[in-house]
Design a protein around this ligand. Structure first.
Ligand code: NAD
Length: 440
């Protein structure tokens, strides 16, 4: 199959490289010339484990290339995937579909022969209808079928998720589109990945339902954590106690500083808007979003409470800036509102992240960036673990203590055992665990 992917970001580039690895002929198109020129020079513009190797292999074998020209690769393609961004629209929180619509018009002008146009971007229910309308408005003779194939990969584990998905959801009523998409994913049949064929609207809404449900699960355990802290219970044991119930499942039950990232915040906002527009308000998701928003600044107050509520004159070291480990993505990371709230409370910030510091510089100011966890802890009054990168899980606590002015650790990811840290002479706070009783 000849596949063109429009948008070579986290989703487009991973999808393109994986499709090429399945044996298809893939061109990834992006209108960001610097991104394409980097890719053409063999440089991967994002951090995603193993992506560099996968891209290099497929480029070398002639199955993957990159272009700023959309028309040529679309003309040749059997299938065109739209993988452009759908950020929150400024002002009202609806998904901003301007990139999807712009790409659709360009695709319409270029298609030649029967072509399946597939939205992989996360788009509100009904977007496929509008994409189809725009294509026929731009090019009335275009022979296209518009399908939906939402992407469920997670940054940091994107290649594995793409190659071993829990399921593939395909929304189309068009038999020809069904055949083409089945052929594209055929290599995954060996992995027995279930393919669920639905209507286009159902596929579109399935993606939002999935993200809203996961965001709800996280927010639920975060609220249980707050209660556990107050009553002397341990949220990690509770998570295990409920997670082993198959009806609940153990994933997404890790208490922490609140969800962030490039998907959950914007997708829950967009779902709430869509639901309101259709007079079917989603009260649970509305509460999830509101609770999550408040949580990030609440985490800053948690840090300040160690020092009587103010951080004036204090230095706080932050370990981890990205919204999760193994990515450089800083979009809507909880570290951003957390750090600005710490600064508002008077703290000076030192920070270290293995991959996120470059992107962080565009989001945050007045931060002293450090080159490792120990230099970050240098002279600090408190150390806050915000992202659970592997390399933060087994720090030398004696060395850390020697580096700090005041041995205070606030572990917002619960990656340490309270008694271990306390035994090294730290004051230790975590999320939803009573460090005074359960921990020591
Ligand atoms: P991204 O911002 O990393 O990439 C989007 C790319 O599209 C950019 O490189 C941009 O330059 C390019 N682009 C925009 N308009 C274009 C046009 N007209 N022609 C060519 N290129 C164009 O975004 P992303 O994180 O890859 O997300 C893409 C979509 O996938 C979003 O809808 C997102 O919600 C969804 N999604 C993302 C993830 C994730 O983990 N990032 C997971 C599942 C689904």
């Amino acid at each position: 199959m000849r596949i063109t992917i429009v948008g070579a970001g986290y989703v487009g580039l991973v999808s393109g490289a994986c499709f090429a690895d399945f044996g298809h002929q893939v061109t990834c198109v992006d209108n960001d010339a610097s991104k394409i020129s980097a890719l053409q020079r063999g440089k991967i513009p994002i951090f995603e484990p193993d992506l560099d190797r996968l891209v290099q292999n497929n480029v070398k074998n002639g199955r993957l290339d990159f272009s700023t020209d959309l028309a040529g690769p679309v003309r040749e393609a059997d299938a065109v995937f739209i993988a452009v961004g759908t950020p929150s629209r400024r002002g009202d929180g609806h998904a901003d579909l301007s990139y999807v619509y712009a790409a659709s018009r360009e695709i319409a002008a270029a298609v030649d022969g029967f072509t399946v146009v597939i939205t992989k971007s996360t788009v509100p229910v009904g977007t496929g209808d509008e994409v189809e309308r725009l294509i026929h408005e731009t090019n009335p003779s275009a022979d296209v079928a518009v399908a939906s194939n939402p992407e469920f990969l997670r940054e940091g584990a994107a290649i594995r998720d793409f190659k071993f998905p829990d399921r593939i959801v395909v929304g189309t009523d068009d038999e020809r589109a069904r055949k083409v998409i089945s052929e594209i994913y055929r290599p995954l049949y060996l992995n027995k990945a279930p393919v669920i064929f639905t209507s286009r609207r159902t596929a579109e809404l399935t993606k939002y339902a999935a993200n809203a449900f996961l965001a709800t699960k996280i927010t639920f355990i975060n609220e249980i954590a707050d209660l556990a802290e107050k009553v002397g219970a341990d949220v990690q044991e509770i998570a295990r106690g409920i997670g082993l119930d198959n009806r609940i499942g153990s994933k997404f039950l890790h208490a922490g500083p609140g969800f962030g990232g490039s998907c959950f915040p914007k997708d829950t906002r967009a779902l709430i808007k869509t639901a309101q527009d259709h007079d079917a308000p989603m009260r649970i998701v509305e509460a999830v979003l509101a609770v999550n928003e408040n949580r990030k600044r609440a985490m800053a107050r948690k840090v300040a409470s160690v020092f009587g509520g103010t951080l004036r004159g204090k230095t706080v070291s932050i370990l981890g800036l990205t919204f999760k480990p193994n990515t450089d993505d800083m979009r809507e990371s909880p570290s951003i509102p957390l750090i600005t709230a710490l600064q508002d409370l008077g703290a000076k910030i030192r920070a270290y992240d293995p991959e996120g510091m470059e992107q962080s510089k565009t989001e945050l100011s007045e931060i002293c960036y450090c080159d490792g966890p120990y230099s970050c802890a240098d002279g600090a009054d408190a150390l806050v673990i915000v992202t659970e990168w592997e390399q933060f899980r087994a720090l030398d606590l004696d060395r850390l203590k020697r580096a700090m002015a005041c041995p205070v650790m606030i572990d917002l990811r619960n990656i340490y055992q309270p008694h271990d840290v306390i035994a090294h002479g730290f004051r230790y706070e975590s999320v939803g665990r009573n460090t005074q009783t359960g921990g020591v």
